[in-house]
Design a protein around this ligand. Structure first.
Ligand SMILES: [Zn+2]
Length: 344
């Protein structure tokens, strides 16, 4: 039995030495050390041995098993290292290859339009004011002369969170909030850009979410002519020196009188064409003199103070200025669309 164990050892070491991969090594392990392996086979004959021989053979068998195990482990490590080296060799990086170009992003077209409008108005002394998109019914409607059950609320149905909390339908509540902060002391000169929400079905000109920029100027002796001069400056800055404006009477609950501002059509200069639908004019924004009720509700003396307000949609401005035909392009984030306006 001693001889057989020595043979097993030599055979095993030889086979381990020549094993070419981990699969082969595993086979060797099973063949010699497994439950039905060579060593177990030998030990089955232990019963025939004398009492003195048994521990000697047992110890020898353990030594042989240990040696084979050690050889297996050492070979295993060598095979793993070789495999890693092979992999590294195959996956070597050619540092001389040219790199892939980095895609440079840019601000969204709407962001650029909003920034452009902000720049103009801050240069005229306006401050940029922001407020919450989740607004109270009071600030979004009531403080703007739209009490509960006012029919004009229908035009501005929105997403309600509770009876009193809603997604704001306009940036006007920022005006109301800012007016209150001033505690009846003018001047107040702000523009309020931000996202607003309506219960609208999305189509080429409607979106349930869009942006607005409103402006508010309250001080002593603010007149309609101040509003007209400001809007004229804005229209020429945004659309070109050759554009004329006109004001048409309109209705908003929070201004009196209220107007819509149109600019002359770029294509036909007032003659009438398909772009302006034959009228020669294109509607841009709504404006008006701040309603005395709005001033009084915010704590301003409407006999002493007056003011004007205007509101516009940056989407509409961008669509007119850059010829975008569908409002959904701004929100579906098709890179082919967005890329055209990098750097404008
Ligand atoms: Zn036209």
């Amino acid at each position: 039995m001693k001889e057989r164990l020595k043979e097993i050892k030599n055979e095993a070491l030889e086979q381990i030495q020549s094993a070419a991969d981990e699969k082969k090594l595993q086979d060797v392990r099973v063949y010699f050390l497994g439950k039905k392996g060579q060593i177990t086979e030998v030990l089955k004959g232990m019963g025939k041995l004398s009492k003195e021989e048994r521990p000697v053979i047992g110890q020898l068998a353990n030594e042989v098993r240990d040696e084979i195990t050690e050889a297996l482990e050492s070979k295993q490590t060598k095979l793993e290292q070789a495999a890693l080296e092979q992999q590294l060799k195959e996956e070597s990086i050619d540092v001389t290859l040219p790199g892939r170009p980095v895609q440079a992003g840019g601000p969204h077209l709407l962001r650029n339009v909003i920034r452009n409008i902000e720049d103009l108005f801050t240069s005229m002394g306006y401050a940029v004011a922001e407020g919450p998109e989740v607004e109270t019914d009071f600030y979004n409607f009531e403080s703007l002369n739209l009490p509960k059950n006012h029919p004009a609320r229908d035009m501005q149905d929105t997403f309600f969170i509770t009876e009193e909390l809603l997604m704001r339908t306009q940036t006007s509540p920022v005006q109301a909030r800012t007016l209150r902060k001033h505690e009846g002391q003018g001047p107040v000169k702000i523009i309020c850009p931000g996202k607003v929400y309506r219960r609208d079905t999305d189509d080429a000109t409607h979106s349930h979410q869009f942006t607005q920029i409103e402006g508010l100027y309250v001080d002593e002796n603010i007149r309609m002519s101040d509003l007209k001069g400001t809007l004229n400056t804005f229209a020429k800055h945004m659309f070109g020196e050759d554009r004329a404006i006109r004001l048409r009477p309109s209705f908003f609950p929070f201004t009196e009188p209220s107007v819509e501002m149109d600019i002359s059509c770029k294509i036909c200069h007032g003659e009438g064409c398909s772009v302006c639908k034959g009228s020669g004019w294109i509607e841009i924004l709504g404006a008006g003199m701040v309603h005395p009720n709005v001033l009084e509700m915010a704590g301003f003396d409407s006999k002493k103070y007056s003011g004007f307000a205007f509101g516009m949609g940056p989407e509409r401005i961008a669509m007119l200025k850059y010829g975008v035909e569908d409002i959904r392009h701004f929100y579906t984030n098709d890179v082919r669309f967005l890329k055209q306006f990098h750097g404008v």
